[in-house]
Design a protein around this ligand. Structure first.
Ligand code: ADP
Length: 276
């Protein structure tokens, strides 16, 4: 009999992530794609692709062995999280992103602490203990200013890729304060700063500061206990890493190996734990 597989699907508002673990919690496959407006077909296709890649194609559409079937019967346990988690077919469980991120963080980092997750359209702060047990959390999903969307929109406005922003922000010590906390108004502010010939790196640094200050306020509502960890797509931005560490007492911010897949990893681990 083939070994059981544990599939974690994180259907986020900006990206869809899939992680597949074997029964010893070893990662055997993973993928990430921009989120399509239709969660269901995308999740089916990506999971089927992963299962096929690890030699477990099934009889369902596109080889999905779990489509419409009780997943556990096939030795494949699918656990879905993220805002679209209820739309993932065949999911045996649908834990929240908060629980999955905490579990993924504890597994990746091996210790309790405080996790800041900055995604495309929300940010969250989760204080967790041993085994990723959630002690407290706060979430911002109402305002784009403390999320990846803020930097993404402004990058677009400046004709830059989001991945180029951190280098620009770190290339100067000069920082132009951005007074607009709303993404839409911040865009107009950028236009007028550029028109006044304010140097681009200084504007970009100011934008990072505006976003990080928002996130830091959210962190303060929960309070930091133990090391600070950073996840989500925005965790790959080195200027955000540095500024958060600076704003939150000059400490260090630790970024796990695959910060954007932490929720999907936590979902797969949830399946593994329940399947044992
Ligand atoms: P969600 O889980 O909410 O769908 P993610 O955690 O996948 O979101 O993060 C998506 C965000 O990460 C987007 O706003 C995107 O701009 C940002 N992002 C992706 N890659 C990078 C990068 N290299 N540097 C900075 N930000 C990035």
């Amino acid at each position: 009999m083939s070994r059981a597989l544990f599939v974690g699907v994180d259907a986020g508002s900006t990206t869809l992530k899939v992680v597949i673990l074997d029964d010893s919690a070893r990662g055997v496959w993973h993928a990430i794609e921009p989120a399509s407006p239709l969660v269901q077909p995308q999740a089916i296709r990506m999971v089927a692709q992963g299962l096929s890649a690890v030699g477990r194609p099934g009889p369902g559409p596109e080889g999905g062995p779990w489509w419409g079937e009780p997943a556990v019967a096939d030795g494949v346990v699918v656990v879905a999280t993220g805002y679209g988690r209820k739309l993932v077919p065949g999911a045996a469980m649908t834990p929240t992103e908060i629980a999955c991120h905490a579990r993924g963080a504890y597994f990746s980092l091996g210790q309790a602490g405080t996790l800041i997750d900055i995604g495309g359209q929300d940010s969250k702060v989760i204080r967790f203990g041993a085994e990723g047990a959630v002690e407290d959390f706060a979430m911002n999903d109402k305002c784009a200013a403390g999320t990846g969307r803020f930097l993404e929109n402004t990058a677009q406005r400046l004709g830059l890729q989001v991945g180029q922003l951190d280098e620009l922000a770190l290339s100067t010590l000069d920082e132009t304060p951005i007074s607009s906390t709303c993404t839409v108004f911040a865009e107009s502010e950028i236009i007028s700063l550029l028109a006044r010939a304010v140097p681009l790196p200084s504007i970009v640094r100011g934008l990072h500061r505006a976003m990080v200050s928002r996130v830091a306020s959210l962190v303060r509502t929960v309070g930091v206990k133990g090391p600070l960890f950073l996840s989500g797509g925005v965790a790959m931005n080195r200027a955000v890493q540095w500024m958060l560490a600076q704003e939150l007492g000059g400490g260090k911010v630790v970024v796990p190996e695959a910060p954007q897949r932490l929720g999907a990893l936590g979902a797969a681990l949830t399946g593994l734990r329940s399947g044992r």
